[in-house]
Design a binder for this molecule. Structure first.
Ligand SMILES: NC(=O)c1ccc[n+]([C@@H]2O[C@H](COP(=O)([O-])OP(=O)(O)OC[C@H]3O[C@@H](n4cnc5c(N)ncnc54)[C@H](O)[C@@H]3O)[C@@H](O)[C@H]2O)c1
Length: 583
């Protein structure tokens, strides 16, 4: 993420973050950490578990995701009988990361036969382990396969189905989610929530009216690493944050190639991808044979224009087209704008402008409609701005968040760089956090990339101090288990989001009442502890950020956000005034 950090500087940044978290935890300022030797807090009895295992005085370790997100009492509950709808790339990741003690997958549904096979078989390496491996072949055989959502829902009672996880293309989210809610099922739907904000509003409204859980898969809401980073930021050690730089660079500019054996599996009659581009995949014969256009039209939920795929190519390459996908902003930007808005305290943005286009691929090389490069600038209110809701009056207190994603260069890693007047925090690839102190004028070795820091909590509040002496184990043990891959479940948040969803469902059943999204007089959810953290309204705010960014780029306008767009009950949506083919 930072242009030129050496391995040593990365090690320093990582240790600085662990040291800061440890120092703040010992000062009682971290909820994500347990401290050895401290008296047991009767309000947080869960911390006993950690202290019992004999943490040395002053040692700090993270509390488990279950403890932090409040579902450590799960034991004894029956796993939620769940179906997966959409068994493609992300469906495979979710299956690979789910915990069968919380979600028992009893059925899978997809229109593509190749993906229905893959969800059982998994992949030789990587996160998509497959149902056969997770449940064992004999048990996995009992998991029912469906090629149509209607048929799955018709078998709801036979399957004893309670919930669905939806991982289908963006244009189908709202209609599939509503069908499932009509059948009385709780829904965890992948991000982006829906293709338009109007559709997001109606999904949220639907869940409220039906008294069902609706969770949306922005996994950073369940990442313990982001939670720890946020606590360190909220302690104030970065000073005044005026800029967040977020980015997701990729290089999809190399020519596509395939072996003869692979080519034999491709359907004739469809072009081969020109570039190696995960969004522009080859079309398999197996899928093309099973899905002629007439069959796809039947699966379009009655509205071929909105939910239909013209042909199997549009189904497989849905991210390339405006009707079916939301481009780089929906697929990648939404995650990092989500992270930025979490870091800034969930405030709503003030305005967005940007530039994007098909700058590289061009005619004849790739028939995509979606942009291959975007650069967007969001203006957010700082804490003293009137729109931050903290009683401030300073209209000049603005935080600039820039987001970029280009398909032609992968030199830098993806991540978010949070820049404050006293320090910088880099969140890299959802897996690492680096922390650095700003140098002080005239003071040698007082900051920079090679400087080790501790956090002092006296004086006016927590602040970074340079030191030459750490390294003796005073930090928190927040790195992943030795040898753990970047797919560490608790860090990425996929597993936790599914576990918490199951926990919320069982808690509402214990209360013997439909799910309530009622708010108190301050506008906070009354039952926030048993509502998914990324519920409809939260996810809609992420969709507004991403899709309004698309509109701003398409129309070459600076768009000012309106408060009513973020209110589910208001009919006002950005697409009314700023209608664009990109949103
Ligand atoms: N949270 C994350 O980090 C993350 C990462 C990747 C993708 N996603 C999201 O997950 C969703 C799926 O993405 P993907 O990469 O798996 O796409 P994909 O194309 O690999 O898989 C989608 C699957 O849905 C199936 N499908 C389409 N219409 C269907 C219908 N009507 N009924 C049943 N199945 C249907 C397709 O045949 C395909 O197998 C998208 O919304 C995407 O944005 C989230």
């Amino acid at each position: 993420m930072a242009l030129d950090l050496t391995p040593e500087q990365k090690a320093t940044g990582k240790a600085n973050f662990e040291q800061a978290a440890g120092d703040l935890a010992r000062a009682g300022k971290m909820n994500t950490m347990a401290v050895g030797g401290s008296p047991v807090d009767p309000q947080k009895p869960d911390r006993r578990d950690f202290i019992k295992v004999g943490l040395a005085a002053g040692a700090v370790v993270p509390v488990s995701a279950a403890v932090y997100y409040g579902y450590q009492s799960w034991k004894g509950n029956k796993a939620v009988r769940t179906a997966l709808i959409g068994t493609g790339d992300e469906g495979g990741v979710l299956i690979g990361d789910h915990n069968p003690e919380f979600n028992e997958f009893v059925a899978v549904c997809d229109v593509r036969p190749s993906n229905l096979d893959r969800i059982f078989d998994g992949e030789p390496a990587g996160p998509r382990k497959g149902l056969n491996k997770i449940y064992g072949k004999d048990t996995a055989k009992k998991i029912e396969r469906y090629d149509d959502v209607e048929k799955l829902l018709a078998d709801k009672s036979k399957l004893g189905l309670e919930a669905v996880v939806i991982a289908t293309p963006l244009n189908t989210h709202d209609v599939i989610a509503k069908k499932c809610m009509d059948a009385g099922l709780h829904v965890l739907c992948e991000k982006l929530m829906a293709r338009t904000i109007g559709k997001c509003k109606s999904m949220t409204q639907y869940a409220k009216e039906k008294g069902l859980l609706l969770s949306v898969g922005h996994q950073r809401h369940y990442s313990t690493l982001y939670a720890q980073a946020l606590e360190v930021i909220n302690a104030g050690v970065l000073g005044d944050i005026k800029h967040i730089r977020a980015q997701w660079p990729r290089n999809n500019s190399f020519l596509f190639s395939a072996t003869e054996a692979e080519k034999a599996k491709f359907a004739p009659g469809f072009d081969l991808p020109y570039y190696r581009d995960g969004w522009c995949k080859p079309i398999l014969k197996q899928d093309a044979d099973a899905l002629p256009p007439e069959k796809l039209a039947q699966l379009a939920f009655g509205d071929v224009n909105q939910y239909g795929f013209k042909d199997v190519k549009e189904l497989v390459r849905w991210r390339l087209y405006d009707k079916t996908g939301g481009g780089l902003m929906a697929e990648l930007g939404s995650h990092q704008l989500d992270a930025s808005s979490i870091i800034l305290g969930h405030v709503h943005p003030l305005a967005v402008s940007g530039i994007g286009g098909k700058f590289f691929y061009g005619p004849g090389r790739n028939d995509r409609e979606s942009d291959d490069g975007v650069w967007v600038t969001y203006e957010f209110p700082g804490p003293k701005h009137p729109k931050a809701g903290k009683g401030g009056t300073d209209e000049s207190d603005i935080v600039i968040v820039t987001y970029s994603s280009f398909n032609t260069n992968s030199f830098e890693d993806y991540g978010e760089c949070v820049m404050g007047s006293r320090g910088t925090m880099i969140l890299s690839k959802e897996a690492e956090v680096y922390l650095y102190k700003e140098p002080e004028p005239g003071k040698k070795d007082s900051g920079g990339r090679d400087t080790k820091v501790t956090v002092g909590t006296g004086g006016k509040g927590p602040a970074m101090e340079s030191t030459s002496t750490w390294g003796g184990g005073g930090g928190a043990a927040i790195s992943k288990a030795p040898g753990a891959s970047a797919w560490d479940s608790a860090v990425r948040g996929y597993r936790t989001e599914m576990e918490h969803f199951a926990y919320c469902l069982r808690r509402w059943q214990e209360l013997k009442q439909p799910v309530s999204y009622e708010k108190d007089k301050d506008g906070h959810l009354k039952h926030a502890d048993i509502i998914p953290r990324c519920h409809g309204e939260v996810a809609m705010a992420d969709a507004i950020l991403a899709l309004t960014g698309n509109m701003a780029m398409d129309k070459k306008e600076r768009i000012v956000f309106e408060e009513n767009w973020f209110k589910t009950e208001s009919p006002e949506v950005p697409e009314t005034k700023h209608a664009s083919k990109k949103a």
